[in-house]
Design a protein around this ligand. Structure first.
Ligand code: GLU
Length: 507
């Protein structure tokens, strides 16, 4: 009978760069499982049968926990700045954690670089159980062996040179202080387990070779550290990218050797472009930070990330986090690579932007571009602005660009505007509008639509010929919200300034 446990999921990024879409999706899926634990739909049995048996922890429905663990064993590539950025980006995305490097918790420390004693204790257990042996092979020897295997068409693995050493030879090398790694003695037999997304898995143990658990510099390898950490932190579900699927059997062997309960494994599918090219994590455009800077909303990104490999049971595409929590289920995560529907991201963002009130828009802008946000107006003016233009924006950058229309700096006059300014009809409309505005008081600006109707009647001009020149000159754009909604924001002085700038141009 499997032990019962709370749902405890974790996200374990390596702080070697920015959080990218794939990582963020993994974090979101783990967070969802932990936060919906009260009514968690359990994946099909995580346990397995036959050969070596690996049974997932039984899970009681209850309050879950989401853990953030920093996997910084790669000392050369890990930086505190990258860790900081990851934490900030997760917070921005709306993902919170119950235990982590910044807030601690009952199963810490939560940074692998601080967990040396835990790895040493596990290595000690493995040594005692005679599951390890020292390997004195040099990197050159190992590479030559690898190449030879590849030439023979075999999947490379360690051939077991040091496994065969006589104990006297081994002792002599150790006594001489020869540098060595520690390898795990992979037992014979087949390994079978169930992945909650990929289904039943099976591997012949010896094909894995004897793998390294401690490098010659004394540092633990990923496979050892992750098993020790997941086990110490009582993780119930390991949800991660399917690039880690091949590591799982090695980890299962370590769980068994350490006598630790096995979590449920779920490997989320790779993210690919439409041409099936995998998304590269070094591709700056996929970092969460770049989306935030480009004016995407955390709410839209959360919705978008959820759709990368998972689908809503009713086929819905726009859902908030509460709805996502209610419907998310690992069983609906596909195992095949997930094509990223880039076009949907802009569309989703526009959808969420349209629903944003003025206060939320300001908050989002502060996260996107604090300097630009500091220059924006407040109060009723901001509210009028947001309500007027949000329908015409896809990103927060579009919102900022619209605000420029209401600032005193002259608008650029593209060739389309210059060409229009050479037309007699347009010039007549603009001159008459200028005269009408100059005579009127401040309220005349809000009255431009009526003024235009009068001008149109007087000159026999209507429709596009009447409105296009005014829109182009006042806003610098062909399209946009109703003029009536924009003009109260513009004010008479700026409207006159814009008309003068344009009319002077082709005098
Ligand atoms: N640090 C690993 C990565 O960033 C996480 C591996 C795991 O979740 O087991 O890919």
């Amino acid at each position: 009978m499997a032990a019962t446990a709370r749902v405890r999921t974790r996200f374990a990024p390596s702080p070697t760069g920015n959080l990218h879409l794939g990582n963020a999706r993994t974090a979101l899926f783990n967070w969802l499982l932990a936060r919906q634990a009260a009514d968690l739909a359990l994946p099909p049995a995580c346990g397995v049968s036959g050969g070596q048996e690996h049974r997932g922890r039984g899970v009681t429905k209850g309050s879950g926990a989401f853990i953030l663990r920093i996997e910084d064993t790669d000392r050369e590539r890990s930086t505190p700045e990258a860790e900081q950025t990851i934490l900030e980006d997760l917070r921005w995305l709306g993902i919170d954690w119950d235990e982590g490097p910044d807030c601690g918790g009952a199963y810490g420390p939560y940074r692998q670089s601080d967990r040396g004693a835990h790895y040493a204790a596990a290595l000690e257990t493995l040594q005692r159980g005679e599951r390890l042996y020292p390997c004195f092979c040099t990197p050159e020897q190992l590479e030559a062996e690898r190449q030879a295997m590849l030439r023979r068409g075999l999947a490379p693995r360690y051939g077991g040179t040091c496994r065969q050493l006589r104990s006297s030879e081994r002792a002599a090398k150790l006594a001489a202080g020869a540098p060595h790694a520690l390898r795990f003695l992979t037992p014979p037999g087949r390994l079978r387990w169930e992945d909650a997304i990929h289904g039943p898995q099976e591997v012949d143990g010896p094909t894995l070779g004897d793998f390294i658990v401690q490098r010659s510099d004394g540092s633990p390898t990923y496979n050892l550290a992750v098993v020790v950490d997941d086990s110490d932190m009582v993780i119930s579900h390991v949800v991660r990218g399917d690039d880690h699927l091949p590591n799982t059997p090695r980890q299962l062997l370590l769980y068994a050797a350490l006598g630790a309960p096995v979590p449920c494994f779920a490997h989320v599918p790779l993210l690919v472009h439409a041409d099936q090219r995998p998304l590269s994590k070094r591709d700056a455009s996929t970092s969460l930070r770049s989306y935030r800077r480009e004016g995407y909303l955390a709410s839209a990104l959360r919705n978008f990330l959820a759709l990368l490999g998972w689908s809503h049971p009713e086929g819905e595409e726009v859902f908030d986090t509460a709805a996502l929590l209610a419907r998310f289920d690992l069983a609906r995560v596909r195992s095949s690579p997930a094509t990223v529907p880039w076009h949907k991201l802009r569309w989703l963002n526009a959808t969420y932007l349209r629903r944003l009130d003025a206060a939320a828009a300001r908050q989002a802008l502060v996260a996107c571009d604090p300097e630009a946000a500091a220059r924006l107006p407040g109060g009723a003016r901001w509210e009028t602005f947001v309500h007027a233009v949000r329908q015409n924006c896809e990103t927060l950058r579009d919102l900022l660009a619209w605000w420029r229309v209401f600032e005193a700096a002259p608008l650029p006059l593209p060739e389309s505007v210059r060409a229009m300014l050479r037309e007699d009809t347009a010039r007549r409309v603009l001159h008459s509008l200028r005269a009408g505005l100059a005579q009127g008081d401040e309220a005349a600006c809000a009255g431009i639509p009526e003024l235009l109707r009068d001008i149109g009647r007087e000159h026999g001009i209507k429709g596009k010929a009447l409105y296009r020149p005014v829109r182009l000159v006042l806003t610098g754009r062909e399209h946009g919200p109703e003029l009536a909604a924009l003009l109260p924001l513009m004010g008479r002085a700026l409207a006159l300034q814009r008309l003068d700038e344009a009319l002077q141009h082709e005098e």
